[in-house]
Ligand binder design. Structure first.
Ligand code: NAP
Length: 310
């Protein structure tokens, strides 16, 4: 029997994804058809990205799973027509990319690099930065990405606290969880990394109240989602000096509108949602593995909890 796989992750991604997907499925010896178009009643799996024009899943009655090539699912998780299991991307190069991006930006702030990279007055200010062990870092979100980032930061010697929804133990860091753990996690943090999903429970998690908890002059690094931050509260915290600098990769509206104050605020670095992305060769392996699991009657990996929204 042929397994029919609809690639609905955007026509622009087809050339990158089709060859590694075929290679991974060929290696497994699966008889399949992979195409950008096929009759909906034939489709067994949909390879998907939330920016796809496909929004109505009703005609795909035989579809066993929708396999998202992104980690974030906020744009699709609430789709009422999507009754099939939804898996998100874990791995696929995302973790390595995110670890590198966060470590780079955390070290920039930790080492005070900006003072030396742009020093037009040629100030000689020989103050060595503190050691990582003297720097308190908090990572909000201890999932696939947050836990990898937290562990690498701890591996460099940073004093790391992580926060998640449910209790979690990770060697080398302190952990907090739930609403009651948030204050403890934020209190005194000098670098704050946001790697939470965008859900009703995480929206505006950084607001006027919670932004008062980190150490004065803290650094905020947000590669999670724009909705995690109340933009006005962050701007006020930057203006008061409570936050020294915010490095923001994600925004409520993307591309960030040209008149948004983040573009011109001296305490903000804007990066255009580049912290990490799924690489087709590695991502195709993850998708193929889930298809093979489905065909073998095994449970799918990385299923989204529709109730929790991530
Ligand atoms: N900027 C980029 O380029 C880029 C690239 C990829 C991903 N992202 C973003 O990164 C996010 C995280 O990805 P991931 O793969 O690490 O996700 P994940 O594995 O689903 O992990 C999410 C983490 O957030 C925690 N969490 C969720 N809701 C919470 C709540 N209400 N209170 C406390 N903790 C909560 C979860 O707690 P539990 O452990 O208890 O479940 C988990 O630790 C994605 O959702 C996406 O928005 C951005």
């Amino acid at each position: 029997m042929t397994t029919n796989i609809l690639f609905a992750a955007g026509a622009a991604r087809w050339d990158d994804w089709a060859p590694p997907l075929r290679a991974a499925l060929d290696r497994a010896g699966l008889a399949y058809e992979l195409a950008q178009e096929m009759p909906s009643e034939k489709v067994d799996y949909i390879v998907y990205a939330p920016d796809s024009p496909l929004r109505d899943f009703t005609p795909y009655g035989r579809c066993k799973a929708v396999l998202n090539i992104w980690a974030g699912v906020e744009a699709i998780v609430g789709n009422k027509t999507l009754t099939q299991p939804l898996a998100r991307m874990v791995g696929g190069g995302l973790t390595e990319g995110m670890v590198e991006w966060v470590l780079g930006h955390a070290l920039r702030h930790h080492l005070g690099m900006d003072a030396h990279i742009a020093n037009p007055e040629h100030r000689w200010h020989p103050v060595a930065p503190p050691l990582a062990s003297e720097r308190r870092v908090t990572v909000l979100g201890l999932g696939a990405l947050g836990s990898a980032v937290a562990e690498k930061l701890a591996g460099l010697g940073f004093d790391v606290t992580g926060w998640s929804r449910r209790p979690k133990k990770i060697t080398g860091l302190r952990t907090q969880h739930g609403v009651e753990g948030l204050t403890k996690a934020l209190k005194g943090a000098e670098i704050l990394v946001l790697l939470l999903p965008d859900t009703p429970a995480t929206e505006n998690i950084l607001n006027a109240e919670t932004l008062a908890l980190p150490a004065p002059g803290a650094f905020v690094i947000n590669p999670g989602r724009g909705a995690l931050i109340d933009d006005s509260a962050l701007l006020a915290a930057l203006d008061s000096g409570q936050v020294a600098h915010a490095t923001l990769d994600v925004f409520r509206v993307e591309p960030l509108p040209t008149d948004h104050p983040f573009w011109t605020h001296p305490g903000v670095t804007v990066t255009p949602h580049v912290a990490s992305e799924t690489r087709a060769p590695q991502g195709a392996e993850v998708i193929a593995e889930n298809i093979l699991r489905g065909e073998a009657g095994q449970p799918f990996l990385h299923l989204v909890d529709r109730q929790a929204g991530y």
